[in-house]
Design a protein around this ligand. Structure first.
Ligand code: CAP
Ligand code: MG
Length: 427
């Protein structure tokens, strides 16, 4: 008989192998627990241990994780709404054999599962992962990644641009399509559905899809530029796959999926189905803040972005480097990870969105560079002269930033940009 106890999951002299998945956690032990005891419980519960010391008959494959690093650290206090908290940085190494290759739900049930609710810790956050090659390459990664820019558009080195009609929901199909047409002809590359617009009676999916793509064709003819549509296919199960097929049939290039609300198994299915048709995937991330907003608990956006890349999205929202309306976690660092080498898997094109307007573009490009999709909803449709002018203003701001030109100089040439700056300023 072999006894497996919590202590068996801690080894400070352990050196992770090249095939281990290494996870970095922020941990605050419960009041009655020291840091090492809490760390070993994290490794135990997320691999093959439980609260009781086990007596196991015969030999079992050793799939135990090892907590190998426990160092004091602190988080928070640097952004509004967060307190400075003291805890521990805990490194845990997981043997590759613990995982089912290519199954994101299974991986997450280990490393971001029960441990998030353990009484042994007051707070715990999965902050970062180092993915070993056999696990990373068991996933497809993006079909195109940032190469989608050149595949779909002829945008040179400038950021590509997107807009989401506002109000979010309520526009009829005709109204929605007209807003898209005005934005495309004003200079925007991508029309995007809002996350809570899918297939409602006031704007049914299939009508919106075909009519928007007709309008796209007209906008392409009028402008001589390539245009595309991020249509929201998010739906339960097989219906989502049917919508992917419909996009391909109608001549689309992209689908948009709300990746957290629909779940990673669904994203993996969509990736497979898109492959049949050569479609790219734009990932919206509504609900991510439920996991990543508080720096002392949950799962970081950095890890969510890693998961999305492995599952194979081509574009994902990663925030605005704090320039917009939403709280952001280290956008620049996440974008850098999305571009980093990962055993030959394609990169991901980040999308900056949420409260952006033309005047913020120079600072945004300064902080995040030009390998970007810049999305503005209110910052286009709220323009005093309407959507078309708002689109012209954003495009002029993006062209200027990409060319290293001053925004004020660009505003002298483009009155719509001057009006936008007058309304919203440049910060
Ligand atoms: C932006 C947006 C996006 C958010 C998502 C919205 O509209 O369409 O859903 O940007 O956040 O509804 O707020 P505005 P994130 O341009 O009008 O703000 O990109 O951080 O995931
Ligand atoms: Mg939205």
């Amino acid at each position: 008989m072999v006894g497996i106890t919590y202590e068996d999951f801690l080894d400070r002299s352990y050196e992770p192998t090249a095939d281990d998945l290494v996870c970095r956690f922020y941990v605050e032990p419960a009041a009655d627990m020291d840091a090492e005891a809490a760390a070993s419980r994290v490794a135990s519960e997320s691999s093959n241990g439980t609260w009781a010391a086990l007596q196991v008959e015969g030999s079992v494959t050793d799939l135990s994780a090892t907590a190998f690093d426990v160092e004091p650290t602190s988080v928070g206090g640097d952004t509004p709404g967060t307190d400075r908290r003291e805890g521990y940085d805990v490194g845990v190494a997981y043997p590759m054999a613990l995982f089912e290759p290519g199954s994101m739900p299974q991986v997450l049930s280990c490393i971001a599962g029960n441990i998030l609710g353990m009484k042994a810790v007051d707070r715990i956050r999965l902050r970062d992962c180092e993915w070993p090659e056999p696990l990373a390459t068991s996933f497809p990664g993006p079909a195109y990644g940032s190469a989608v820019r050149d595949r779909v558009f002829d945008a040179g080195d400038r950021p590509i641009t997107a807009t989401v009609p506002k109000p979010k929901v309520g526009l009829s199909t005709d109204q929605h399509v007209e807003v898209g047409y005005q934005a495309w002809t004003g200079g925007i590359d991508l029309l995007k559905d809002d996350e809570n617009l899918t297939d409602q009676a006031f704007n049914p999916f299939h009508d919106r899809l075909t009519e928007s793509l007709d309008a796209r064709d007209r906008a392409e003819e009028e402008t001589g530029e390539r245009k595309s549509y991020l249509v929201n296919v998010t739906a339960p199960g097989g219906e989502m796959l049917d919508r992917v097929d419909a996009v391909a049939e109608a001549g689309g290039e992209y689908v948009m999926v709300d990746v957290v609300t629909c779940g990673w198994a669904a994203v993996q299915q969509v990736r497979e189905r898109c492959d049949r048709h050569g479609l790219a995937i734009h990932a919206h991330r509504a609900m991510h803040a439920g996991f990543d907003r508080l720096p002392d608990h949950g799962v970081s956006m950095r890890v969510i972005a890693q998961i999305a890349r492995l599952c194979g999205v081509d574009q994902i929202h990663t925030g605005t480097a704090d320039l917009g309306k939403l709280a952001n976690e280290d956008t620049a660092g996440i974008n850098e990870w999305l571009r980093s080498d990962l055993y030959g898997l394609a990169d991901v094109l980040p999308t900056a969105s949420g409260g952006l307007h033309p005047g913020l573009v120079p600072e945004l490009v300064d902080r995040l560079g030009t390998q970007l999709c810049i999305q503005a909803g209110g910052g286009i449709h709220g323009h005093p002269d309407g959507t078309h002018a708002g689109a012209k203003a954003l495009r002029a701001a993006v062209d200027a930033a990409a060319a290293g030109e001053d925004i004020e100089a660009a505003a002298e040439r483009e009155p719509a940009l001057a009006t936008a700056i007058e309304k919203w300023g440049t910060e």
